[in-house]
Design a protein. Structure first.
Length: 279
């Protein structure tokens, strides 16, 4: 029978989670299994599986709050809505150095990596995840700053992600024997402009154009990303040629997945900004 988590239990696990998160963001080694086993000894009424699930609950709450999360804990959105975000907020109020730490991390751009097996960085796209629990008003009330959105605005990070995709696309075309197309792969965000509606122009094996929108993060595979109205419209008008490439885990081991077609069909979109005109 499922037992409700107490505030004290969640406080202990949140503290441990942030300890691991700090290590991950600093590039320091840590062992998730060891952390979990130590918590079992502190929470003697809980088993490892329950603690692992709570780690995933914390990832989900952090993502919804616009905060970084541990890459290895897939977000699980069935958490106690009134408890987990409140404990996270209390922890951050008592450990305010994390706020500055997160802010600095949004500005950090890892050095570009030499990728010898470029075609191997492509993974399958994630399946549909659970619906978030928090409303935009909840998020604003709890944190106020969306650090994931700040990271998404980091143009240097976006540029290294686009260059990684450029290299991947050239490797893909080379594998298909289309050496004649390599020089025509284009970083359109640079050559045409940032508002063209896509970032990379590449090609299919038959020579048809492929329009690629690149979204890059240092965090995990299921970290949400941000799209503009122009990108959304371009994906609708060019859905047969349009691809979203999501670059993730750029800090440690860059990987990516791709989703074809218009963004409306592959993503659940939540408004985050409005254009306002005087009434």
């Amino acid at each position: 029978m499922h037992r409700i988590w107490t505030c004290n239990e969640v406080e202990i696990i949140v503290e441990d989670y942030f300890s691991m998160l700090r290590s991950e963001m600093l590039g320091k080694f840590y062992n998730k299994v060891d952390h979990c086993k130590k918590l079992v000894s502190r929470l003697n009424l809980r088993i490892e599986h329950e603690i692992e699930l709570m780690y995933q609950n914390i990832s989900a709450a952090l993502i919804e709050l616009g905060l970084p999360s541990i890459s290895g804990y897939k977000p699980l959105y069935n958490y106690q809505k009134e408890l987990v975000p409140a404990v996270i907020r209390e922890f951050l109020q008592q450990n305010s150095e994390f706020i500055q730490f997160f802010l600095q991390d949004t500005l950090t751009v890892p050095k570009p990596r030499m990728m010898h097996q470029l075609l191997e960085i492509m993974e399958s796209a994630p399946k549909n995840s659970s619906l978030p629990l928090l409303s935009p008003n909840d998020v604003e009330e709890w944190v106020g700053i969306n650090y994931l959105e700040l990271e998404a605005r980091n143009q240097q990070l976006g540029d290294v992600g686009e260059k990684l995709v450029m290299a991947y696309e050239k490797a893909r075309l080379r594998m298909m024997g289309r050496m004649d197309l390599l020089d025509f792969v284009e970083q359109a965000s640079e050559t045409i402009g940032p508002n063209v509606g896509y970032d990379i122009r590449s090609f299919e094996q038959d020579g048809k154009e492929r329009f690629i929108e690149v979204k890059t993060t240092k965090y995990g595979k299921l970290t949400p990303f941000f799209v503009t109205a122009n990108e959304l419209l371009f994906s609708e008008r060019n859905q047969r040629q349009y691809y979203l490439y999501r670059v993730f885990n750029y800090r440690v081991s860059p990987s990516l997945f791709q989703i074809p077609g218009q963004l409306n069909n592959c993503c659940r979109l939540r408004p985050s900004i409005y254009r306002a005109y005087l009434a």
